[in-house]
Write a protein that binds this ligand. Structure first.
Ligand code: ADP
Length: 290
């Protein structure tokens, strides 16, 4: 199936060598307004197939994710959204016999599956927030300080400063500043998820992957996390898997629609939801299946 990648067309073949140390891969975005803008591509997925054993979960996926924007992956359950998301920080390495079997994924121009890649470094660059919040059974402070310490940061003032900055960045500081040394497990579900976001941003990644980050939250906690996602894109590139189409429309700039392991359509969110090119996209967003 050919994806209707209606705006992410390369301007010209760049002849770039895979793994080249560059973030200059660019493409032109033609907005409906007729204004053209140029975005830096941070994640470049080219013709990727993915298998779990002999079962093919992704089929020739190509898409270019722009920097400092929110990109949403939508589609019915089992269509491969999480699989693709987990490719970006090689979380699938943890699953036996699960692998990219064709194509290439480049982040900032570097092939992330190259043998020379240090996966721990990759995961510092590409952080992740999961469906179910998973704070460590430690204090609020330690949840953030821990990642810094294992990265080699020892200076107390630096750690204190980063804990505060990260909690502020995750819109949680005012709620927890007087209880930093209490257990993180005493926070509400929504606060725990924002703590996980604070923990992710503390190590200053370039990309934050979010796999259904609000699916366990009530509407008020969801709204706070969505506001946060929107605010974080000033500093980070965010890729979010969501089964909630309203969420995609509320907080993403671009949306990719997947079906049965294929990328069907990738476009600006507003365009994809108001004027999709593919009938399958239209059927899905209008609730005819999924
Ligand atoms: P989505 O996130 O869209 O719900 P997934 O990426 O989780 O979809 O799954 C895509 C396909 O890969 C599904 O058919 C699913 O059953 C299969 N799959 C996912 N995880 C595993 C796994 N650990 N082992 C085998 N198959 C898997």
């Amino acid at each position: 199936m050919e994806p209707a990648n209606t705006e992410a067309k390369p301007q010209a073949a760049t002849g770039q060598t895979p793994g080249a140390e560059t973030a200059t891969s660019r493409y032109s975005v033609e907005a409906d307004t007729g204004l053209a803008s140029t975005k830096t591509i941070i994640i470049d997925v080219e013709s990727v197939d993915f298998h779990y054993g002999s079962s093919k979960a992704l089929h020739a996926i190509s898409l270019k994710i722009p920097e400092k924007q929110v990109t949403a992956f939508i589609g019915p359950s089992g269509c491969g959204k999480s699989t693709l998301l987990r490719c970006f920080n090689r979380m699938n390495d943890l699953v036996d016999n699960a692998r990219v079997t064709a194509g290439e994924i480049r982040i900032k121009g570097a092939n992330i599956n190259a043998p020379s890649v240090d996966v721990i470094e990759l995961r510092k660059q590409v952080g992740m927030v999961f469906q179910k919040s998973n704070p460590f059974p430690k204090s609020i402070y330690e949840n953030i300080a821990y990642g810094l310490r294992i990265s080699g940061v020892r200076d107390r003032d630096t750690i204190d400063g980063t804990v505060e900055q990260s909690l502020r960045g995750a819109a949680l500081w005012d709620e927890v500043k007087n209880r930093l040394h209490e257990s993180a497990l005493g926070l509400s579900g929504g606060q725990q998820q924002r703590l996980c976001i604070a923990r992710a941003i503390a190590v200053k990644p370039s990309v934050i992957l979010m796999d259904e980050p609000c699916s366990a939250l009530d509407p008020i906690a969801t709204a706070k996390v969505e506001e946060l996602i929107f605010a974080l894109k000033d500093q980070f590139t965010i890729v979010i898997v969501t089964h909630n189409m309203q969420q995609a429309t509320r907080c993403s700039d671009r949306t990719a629609f997947f079906y049965l392991g294929h990328l069907v359509e990738f476009d600006r969110t507003e365009k994809l939801f108001t004027n999709p090119v593919q009938k399958q996209t239209e059927d899905y967003i209008s609730g005819r299946f999924g």
